[in-house]
Design a protein around this ligand. Sequence first.
Ligand SMILES: Cc1cc2nc3c(=O)[nH]c(=O)nc-3n(C[C@H](O)[C@H](O)[C@H](O)COP(=O)(O)OP(=O)(O)OC[C@H]3O[C@@H](n4cnc5c(N)ncnc54)[C@H](O)[C@@H]3O)c2cc1C
Length: 400
Amino acid sequence: MSEGALSHLNIVIVGAGIAGSCAALALCRRGARVTLLERAAHSNEVGAGLQIPSCATRVLRALGLGEQLAAIASTPAQLHFREAYSGRLVINGAPDNDQSDCPHYQAHREDLHALLLDAAVSHGADVEWGARVVSVQQENKTVVACLESGNELRGDLLIGADGIRSLVRQQLFGDGFPQFTGNIAYRAMIDASRLSRTVAPGVFLGPDAHFVIYPLRQGRVVNVVAQCRSDQWLEESWTTPADVATVRHIYQGWHDDVDLLLSAMDETYKWALYTRPPMPRWSVGRIGLIGDACHPSLPNLGAGAAMAMEDAFVLTELLAKSPNGLEAALDTLYQLRIKRCTRVQQASKRNAELFHINNPLRRWLSYRALSLLTQTFPGLIATQLRWLQEHDATKVVSVT
Ligand SMILES: Cc1cc2nc3c(=O)[nH]c(=O)nc-3n(C[C@H](O)[C@H](O)[C@H](O)COP(=O)(O)OP(=O)(O)OC[C@H]3O[C@@H](n4cnc5c(N)ncnc54)[C@H](O)[C@@H]3O)c2cc1C
């Protein structure tokens, strides 16, 4: 299959987040002409950490970004889960990096997004910033994206990579809105030079709340995500500022590491966590969905962006294999991906419940059992996650 197999196609992608940027890169590498329509005036990726499981590393390497990824990311040495107050070990969660030639990385979200978008642009993708799509249509073999500005963009295929509140999904299926889970995530980046000592990466688990810590950018910053229950109905956005005093109050009395990070925290942003059930299909005709637009997951498995990148790669390979069967490629994407993406949604939800056990007796029993199991079998968590980590989306479609 030649690199230019898709050179006859004009593809419109709505949303230049991780899914849209990755799809643009993959499609341009196969020769397609791609226009990315992004409502934001400029890249709106924010300061937050991102787990990049091995399955996503495989996709990024196949897209020619292996070396750049290694330069911006680090491999977690360990990610132990501890009890919120005592710091007692609950889960020995060392990742399986020793046995894998394809590491699990962690990176700054902005860095990964810039890597994908810059590579897409250098392969010819056209990005239109400040281009909010207000409706999509298809007539015969032409798709049309209508912009708020009144402009219209036509193409052969339209991909909705416009996130959990996808306009494209709403237009195709009208299946309602995401449901608030009753949890919010506060996130912050803390300058490591402001800390009086090094803080080990890990996750602290408490009643109705947990607190995630890991280093980024060669240890210069510490990424913090603090998730807790909240009655407030909030905007699902990375950029809503929150009150640091509120976060300090919620995590008062937690382990010294949490306390140290909270005392060095200058600013924080909050993000309300929403879910949507699995869908019966992701496309209608020549318009299809990828990423959070069709299978958003809670952040508790750290795999949502990975699924978005896998979708982008698999769809491109399906199109390259059968360049004239656009509708069939979108249908097949769903058939190939729905089980895995649903499993990620379900596993993330189960983790969310495990991380927030409120009942003291249940918490004590669960943590004792987990501690015993994972210390007796140190590879247990890695083994449990093999279905996620070892999947190779680059081999799902064989293009000849
Ligand atoms: C706290 C938290 C931590 C997370 N941690 C991880 C992690 O460690 N690892 C991991 O793999 N995943 C993680 N995730 C999940 C991950 O962030 C998402 O799965 C991923 O960002 C989805 O990418 P996307 O491109 O599909 O959607 P988005 O990132 O939401 O991008 C959608 C884009 O579409 C644009 N857009 C929307 N509507 C329109 C419109 N009408 N017209 C034009 N443009 C539009 C938006 O501006 C945006 O740029 C986390 C999520 C949260 C909330």
